[in-house]
Ligand binder design. Structure first.
Ligand SMILES: [Fe+2]
Length: 282
């Protein structure tokens, strides 16, 4: 029997209200893991967590590295925060690393009701929606993901600097626990499909994006103080519009097997980039 009530969001996602973080070995934690597994999106209302408490919450779902690369503030007012007011295109976080983050969480410390929301789309749903012939066509295909280097349009291979990392991942991946398949190509940093002529690769990616980002397939979270959003960073993608209006301070904690600095030790300068107001990502 559930220990607390959960609300189904449209078009996907689950929402609960909690007064505190349950212990990782508890019936409540089991229930939260099950709700999160459903669509890869869990909204929790009513919390007020320090970074340490948010890390404890995230450890219910997976490993957390206590590193400033993975855990930081996203803010348009706090000088120590990562941010920018810029629009963020659809992306998974760090798909250009060999082991992209498993999940992200953002917790609203202080948010004006006018502040821009965070949008999500679901790769499980996108894969299911593909026409059968298109699903058949992409079997076994792989795509090249490139490190972010430009901030007002998608980064392409030709934008990279010497030594920048790229990683090839399967276009269709599956969740190791449920076996469910999801589409893993994104608007911001997927350069191309391996082995296809450039024009064909571009047109196939655009076709896949058309399904991924289709009308009515997006959940937009309008932030309120105390909200915590946890999303599967592999199966889901996120984006946001310009963050110029209204105070917006969110506390970010990341769930990952490997940290950024472990996977890409020559790129530790990204931390300074993340602090650059003109460049920052959520
Ligand atoms: Fe992001």
């Amino acid at each position: 029997m559930p220990t607390f009530a959960a609300l189904s969001l449209a078009p996907f996602g689950m929402e609960v209200r909690l007064a505190s973080v349950p212990r990782a070995e508890s019936a409540e934690a089991d229930q939260l893991r099950a709700l999160y597994q459903q669509d890869g999106l869990l909204i929790v209302r009513g919390l007020r967590l320090s970074q340490a408490e948010q890390i404890e919450f995230c450890r219910i779902f997976g490993p957390v590295h206590e590193s400033p690369f993975e855990n930081f503030l996203v803010s348009n007012v706090d000088k120590t925060g990562h941010l920018g007011m810029r629009e963020l295109l659809w992306h998974n976080d760090v798909p250009f690393l060999p082991s992209p983050y498993l999940a992200g969480s953002l917790h609203a410390l202080q948010v004006d009701p006018l502040a821009v929301g965070t949008r999500f789309v679901c790769g499980y749903r996108a894969y299911q929606r593909l026409p059968a012939a298109l699903r058949e066509r992409i079997v076994g295909m792989k795509a090249l993901h490139v490190r972010e280097r430009v901030y007002d349009r998608p980064t392409r291979l030709t934008d990279l600097q010497a030594g920048d990392i790229c990683t090839v991942h399967d276009v269709v991946r599956s969740d190791p626990e449920s076996g469910r398949k999801y589409l893993f190509v994104n608007q911001a940093w997927t350069d191309s499909i391996i082995g296809l002529p450039q024009a064909e690769s571009r047109s196939l990616l655009d076709e896949l994006f058309g399904h991924f980002y289709a009308e009515g397939e997006m959940y937009e979270h309008k932030w309120a103080d105390g909200d915590l959003v946890l999303w599967n960073n592999l199966a889901l993608q996120h984006a946001r519009g310009l963050a110029g209006e209204g105070v917006r301070t969110l506390q970010r904690v990341t769930i990952t097997r490997l940290g950024y600095a472990q996977q890409y030790p020559t790129d530790v300068g990204i931390y300074d980039e993340l602090h650059n107001d003109a460049m920052l990502a959520e």
